[in-house]
Design a protein around this ligand. Structure first.
Ligand code: 15L
Length: 274
């Protein structure tokens, strides 16, 4: 597969968690091009290991299993966990406990850098008429967004206390194409996702950096100027889908919280009664 990132830098062993999820499946063949061994983990079926792959199923809430995942790894792309809004009880084990286990494993085994799949839902309760930057105070739009806010704080702590670097990617909407009007602002192509992940893995100095994951869309709610040191240059844009998306969704109900807030439909979910 041709690579979207300019520098074919090679890592010895990269760990990809959540490798069987939507973005994990996309990144699996792409990341292989940059490392000798790609270690893949998930709780769902990962299939056969291709040459240069290691398949290691693990539940993120299982501390010993996650510790084993981190052994001998240079860097981690941590996509694993629940990726949409759910009851807190479902978010807690994978996203909160699980992310802690990943950082503890990195500390114990000396992994130097983590690319953490955070989410735009860390700031989902800002309105769509506001433009944010990575330093804008968090305003999570649900338990999922809260768990990603926790992950970013964990990343900051492991950098301050243990010198483990992280780039927290506040991923917008990474799908083959924008699905609705909201995604004209939040969309990121898979090629740009690869560029963003590789820039995050290879930028010389990142400490704990936060960057929004989006393509070069004309409409945007996020200003990544303060994260330019990462060197991410998106090359795609949602603009080519605009006419078709607007034709499909010509009228918006501007009283609908899903239209008002950046988090879209996430802001309306719950409460989750047991
Ligand atoms: C996310 O964080 C989700 O993982 C993804 O499924 C999308 O819904 C995306 O946010 C979004 O905001 O569109």
């Amino acid at each position: 597969m041709p690579t979207a990132h300019a520098t074919p830098l090679r890592f010895s062993r990269l760990l990809l968690t959540g490798a069987a999820g939507g973005l994990g499946k996309e990144l699996r063949p792409r990341l292989k091009a940059y490392c000798d061994v790609l270690r893949l983990s998930d709780i769902i079926e990962l299939g056969q290991a291709a040459p240069g792959e290691e398949v290691m199923p693990a539940a993120l809430q299982d501390k010993a299993a996650v510790d084993a995942l981190l052994k001998g790894v240079d860097a981690v792309v941590h996509l694993g966990g629940v990726s949409t809004e759910h009851a807190f009880e479902q978010i807690l084990p994978a996203n909160i406990l699980g992310t802690y286990h990943v950082y503890e494993g990195a500390r114990r085994h000396g992994a130097k850098r983590i690319v953490f799949a955070s989410s735009n839902h860390v700031t989902g309760f800002y309105r769509q008429d506001e433009v944010l930057n990575p330093s804008t105070p968090m305003r999570p739009d649900g338990y999922y967004g809260l768990s990603k806010a926790f992950g970013e704080n964990l990343a900051q702590f492991y950098w301050d206390r243990y010198g483990i670097e992280t780039v927290s990617l506040r991923i917008g909407s990474s799908f083959p194409a924008p699905r609705d009007r909201r995604m004209l602002a939040s969309w990121m192509s898979y090629d740009d996702l690869e560029r963003l992940v590789m820039s995050s893995l290879t930028a010389p100095v990142v400490g704990h950096s936060v960057i929004y994951g989006m393509s070069d869309n004309s409409t945007t709610w996020w200003d990544n100027t303060s994260a330019r040191h990462i060197g991410y240059r998106p090359q795609d844009s949602s603009d080519r889908f605009r006419a078709e998306v607007e034709a499909r969704q010509p009228v918006l109900d501007r009283k609908d919280p899903a239209v008002v807030y950046q988090g879209g439909g996430f802001v309306k979910q719950g409460p989750f009664e047991n």
